[in-house]
Ligand binder design. Sequence first.
Ligand SMILES: Cc1cc2nc3c(=O)[nH]c(=O)nc-3n(C[C@H](O)[C@H](O)[C@H](O)COP(=O)(O)O)c2cc1C
Length: 277
Amino acid sequence: MKAVILYDSGYGNTKAIAEAVASGLGAGARAVPVDGFEPGSIQAGDLLVVGSPINGWRPTPAIVRALGDLAARGLAGVKAAAFDTRLKLFIHGDAGRKITRALENAGASIIGGPMAFYVKGTEGPLLTGEESRAAKWRMTLPTPRNRGKGFGHMDPDGNAWTVARFLEGSPPAQAIYEAAERMAASLGPMDIRVSKCQIAFRRRRSFAYLWRPGMYVTSNIPLVLSLPLPREDGSPRFKEVAHPSPAVWMHHLELPDTSVLDGEVQEWMREAYASAA
Ligand SMILES: Cc1cc2nc3c(=O)[nH]c(=O)nc-3n(C[C@H](O)[C@H](O)[C@H](O)COP(=O)(O)O)c2cc1C
């Protein structure tokens, strides 16, 4: 199971959005340019996001061709979403909605409405804040689990848990999560697994967990970061250290705000990352 962010881009703006989306979806996600894209690489169970600049009120010819190739093979069992980049014009046309319709007609199940991201002029740049809007949007997409196990945990209604859903209703938790994810991503490739109880950053094993204490007790702490280390660290910064198995000491750190995520925490996370290989 993988996530492919397929894009076309004349001047790099759509590419930047595609990469911002892919980078937060974990190691199983790639931004793939439409030139040389192999439609046969998309399989049932995959997530396919397609992005195009609006060119003359529609997606680019290369994206339209790729959608035709995908439709010829069929997209049954594929989860899909679309976005476009465009100018802030009175009549700008549309690409995201047209792509969504094409994906749906090809048999994909559409997991979110089309998104539009704005550029200042034909060659860009993206308007301020568009890349962080892209980051927020991709948190609404399911994250691929490593080693072919599908797209995260489902609730009883069959809906995948997403980062956005997990953090719903708490803007402070969202901001802290974004900083924690940036810290984790700076260490190297990782997967993100979301369940009802936690968000886990993973290599072969999980190296960091984020969870909302308010789900269990009355708390004004938006998020807790739990790091499984191969030793006990005596820092008073940890709220609690549990010893769930002979080789693991689980260090619980409260995150009232992003300032807690400093260099010392990064080193602890690096140690957990190394021992999760
Ligand atoms: C030939 C051409 C036609 C365009 N037509 C539209 C349009 O109909 N509506 C619109 O909002 N932007 C239009 N644009 C602006 C593009 O949306 C903008 O160049 C694009 O978002 C930049 O992304 P990119 O760097 O990935 O190519 C057009 C640009 C070009 C070059």
